[in-house]
Design a protein around this ligand. Sequence first.
Ligand SMILES: Nc1ncnc2c1ncn2[C@@H]1O[C@H](COP(=O)(O)OP(=O)(O)OP(=O)(O)O)[C@@H](O)[C@H]1O
Ligand SMILES: [Mg+2]
Length: 302
Amino acid sequence: MNMIQSILAGGLNSKQYSNSLSPVPRCGPKAFKNAIAQKKNNIASTSSRSRKNKVGTTTTTTTTTTTTTTIRKRKAKNNNNSRKKVGAKKTKKKFTLEEEIESLGDLSTYQIPENLLGKEGKEGATYNIESTLTGQAYAMKVFRSTKSGAKIAKEAQFQKVAASLGIAPRVLGYSGSGKIKYILMDKLSHRLTDLARSDEQNYELTAEQQQNIIECADKLDQLNILHNDGNALNLMTDDDGQVFYIDYGFSKTIDKKLLKKYGPHVNGCLTISMLVRSLRHHSIKAPLLKQYVEQCKATANR
Ligand SMILES: Nc1ncnc2c1ncn2[C@@H]1O[C@H](COP(=O)(O)OP(=O)(O)OP(=O)(O)O)[C@@H](O)[C@H]1O
Ligand SMILES: [Mg+2]
């Protein structure tokens, strides 16, 4: 039984599994990922998800201009039909994002309880928006009116940079002033915690989900962004099961001080470490993430 299979079978105790990950000094987080990838190649059922990158979606909005390049494949954008609302125009005409955003009209009208996504938090709430033009769904994170515009701009900016590597939902626009303060973004389909609680997963993240989370953390490190809010509710997936980090409200730039203290895997040492605790709090097992954090910390202390 290979490593992935033994994880899916529910255990990390197999000798074969522990052997495949044990040599910490020669096995940094990168090698750790490679070990997973290697093992994954050996299993017959490969993922149906394409990891092929796709470059080149540029969008601008009316209130606050946004330019985002999306790299990771995003099914939603290429498959508007799947999200078509009953009564939406049945036309093949392609609309620009500006036209579509304009067609949404007054965004404050969507701020009603029926449109709530998730729970209303201290800082505000996130609402579902559907374009009557294309049927495409979006998420609008609305902040309390006293929230500083500069903080909202900072959050949107971190998210835009993360979205450039396809690990955060694309930001379509934001506003830190006016009638409502918001960030408008692509809507994601599932909370990872809900998937983990499903009968199929039985309170354990799949090896692929864990690997995806590690990849996101690596990309955040590459972008010099410390996500810094390892709450399990801040992980969502798209229709393809691809994991995304949302909520860049606590994010920081990784500076020299952080690099000196934590080494090259700052998100592994901090964000994923927090995430492991949060998942434990939700009774969700994520053994690969736990090992990843240990290896990141070992690398930092070398
Ligand atoms: N892009 C999205 N697509 C679908 N649902 C989303 C999206 N963004 C947020 N949500 C839903 O809204 C919830 C809250 O979002 P988020 O984590 O950004 O805000 P928060 O934690 O309340 O805010 P803050 O951390 O700023 O106080 C998420 O847990 C999720 O259920
Ligand atoms: Mg959050």
